[in-house]
Write a new protein. Structure first.
Length: 138
């Protein structure tokens, strides 16, 4: 079941309730642990890519003794991100994707310029193309 779509204000309000963590989650790449608040953000905002991005910096951070045990990362959302602009760019991307002869790159760039997330862009494309599910063969 997909989580309910929260406005940025609702998401921010709910995130403010996370302080510390009773449970830690291990990233699939290995050593990095993250908190319940980070997991909540990833699930609600479709931002697992953010955890992957932070994890990709860990090899460099492990060389610094000050960063090996604890790190605090700050996420800032651009104030000029307009939900209307994002929705319009994703709608255009869906329309473009539905036409086999249309180049998707201009629509993708518009979505990125509107600050659409990778998850939002991939969701729009999946609405048209679907998602690939590999059938394992043993």
């Amino acid at each position: 079941m997909a989580p309910e779509k929260l406005s940025p204000q609702q998401l921010s309000a709910r995130l403010s309730h996370f302080c510390g963590s009773e449970e830690l989650f291990r990233h699939w790449l290995g050593g990095m642990l993250y908190t319940e608040g980070v997991k909540f953000l990833a699930e609600q905002a479709g931002a697992y890519w953010l955890i992957d991005a932070i994890a990709s910096h860990q090899p460099k951070c492990r060389r610094d003794p000050m960063l090996q045990e604890f790190q605090a990362w700050t996420l800032t959302v651009k104030a000029d991100r307009s939900a209307h602009a994002v929705d319009a760019s994703l709608a255009r991307l869906r329309c473009d994707a539905a036409e086999p002869t249309v180049n998707l790159m201009p629509g993708l760039l518009d979505a990125v310029r509107a600050y659409a997330t990778v998850g939002e862009i991939m969701g729009a494309l999946a609405d048209v193309f679907g998602r690939h599910r590999e059938d394992p063969v043993f």
